[in-house]
Design a protein around this ligand. Structure first.
Ligand code: COA
Ligand code: ZN
Length: 304
């Protein structure tokens, strides 16, 4: 598919991936305020929080309260990350539209991050799918460390394809492949997304990129050229897995949207609204953020 055509969906993950890696607790009221403002920007999906252990991710210990504070915008899908059966019970009680199951394909990262082997994670997924049956809640499955594990390195393509087959056999209807530690390069992204799309033509596929080595926008463009039409991204380019050494922020939402719009690819997202939110984040978090466009202005910017 040509990069000049089609429309791309943006899934905003600042509240989950972004805040999970912040050193200071982000006040619940601020999270709610931000979520409700994001819901007006035109993003397709908001990952509101994670139903994980509060000891593992202290910044997201207020997931229930954040969900309770949402003013739901029609058409926006409100989702949450869950690793286990305990998480799905909390998600159901909060009335999520969708859950995002997560497992790392690298065994060692899965053990470090979720304290489970991949087999144990998949057992949890079975229980989760049973708990979700009849609820109408949609299920996305994320494969973390798809492009490389911080402890094991590159993952064999056969294992990635096996993982997608396994997710689908469990009833997971959409899959996200994640470059958790920002090691993917554009050629690798092209090869892998094209292969996955060949094997699973009907599978809604999302790409979750981190910009640890400044390759995220190039990787996104490579994926768009292969027909990928859904991306996770974080306002301000913050985020990262606290259990992956050296992890840094997600691809920056406003930089991604700006690039796509410049290329003539629509997203349905109001870039100015995103830039306003991004401009306020350093004040909330107490540090500078990596995003570019909020500092430089859009490509149309003119000087007197
Ligand atoms: N939500 C809230 N609490 C949970 C939970 C969940 N989904 N799952 C487990 N817990 C609690 C248990 O109740 C228990 O609490 P207690 O110590 O007060 O009794 C504690 O966490 C330990 O439970 P256990 O089942 O032994 O889990 P664990 O210590 O082996 O940890 C995970 C497993 C998956 C819960 C934990 O590693 C985790 O939450 N990881 C998430 C990491 C993450 O989000 N990374 C970034 C995103 S990829
Ligand atoms: Zn991530």
């Amino acid at each position: 598919m040509s990069a000049e055509t089609g429309s791309v969906e943006i899934n905003e993950v600042v509240l989950r991936d972004g805040f999970q890696n912040e050193p200071c607790f982000v006040p619940t009221a601020e999270k709610i305020r931000l979520a409700n403002r994001i819901s007006k920007t035109g993003v397709r999906r908001i990952e509101v929080s994670a139903f994980v252990s509060p000891k593992a991710i202290p910044n997201l210990r207020d997931a229930e309260e954040v969900f309770r504070g949402l003013v739901r915008e029609p058409g926006v899908i409100y989702t949450a990350l869950i690793p286990n059966e305990r998480g799905v019970q909390r998600a159901i009680e909060c009335g999520v539209d969708e859950v995002n199951l997560v497992m790392s394909i690298g065994e060692k990262h899965n053990l470090r991050n979720l304290r489970m082997t991949c087999a144990q994670s998949l057992e949890q997924f079975k229980g989760i799918m049973k708990a979700l049956s009849g609820t109408g809640i949609a299920v996305n499955g994320t494969i973390a460390t798809t492009f490389g594990c911080p402890f094991e390195g590159a993952q064999p393509v056969e294992r990635i394809l096996w993982c997608i087959d396994t997710y689908r056999a469990l009833g997971i209807t959409a899959v996200t492949i994640a470059d958790t530690i920002g090691v993917a390069n554009p050629r690798q992204v092209s090869r892998l997304t094209s292969l996955i799309r060949k094997h699973h033509e009907d599978l809604p596929l999302t790409l979750h990129l981190h910009n640890t080595r400044d390759m995220a926008l190039a990787n996104a463009m490579a994926a768009v050229d292969e027909g990928v039409r859904s991306f996770d991204a974080s306002i301000g380019g913050i985020g990262g897995c606290p259990y992956a050494p050296g992890a840094t922020g997600n691809i920056c939402t406003e930089d991604l949207v700006h690039m796509l719009h410049q290329c003539g690819i629509s997203t349905g997202v109001n870039l100015d609204a995103l830039l306003d939110l991004s401009a306020e984040l350093p004040g909330l978090l107490g540090h500078e953020l990596p995003g570019y466009v909020v500092k430089a202005g859009t490509s149309e910017r003119l000087y007197a």
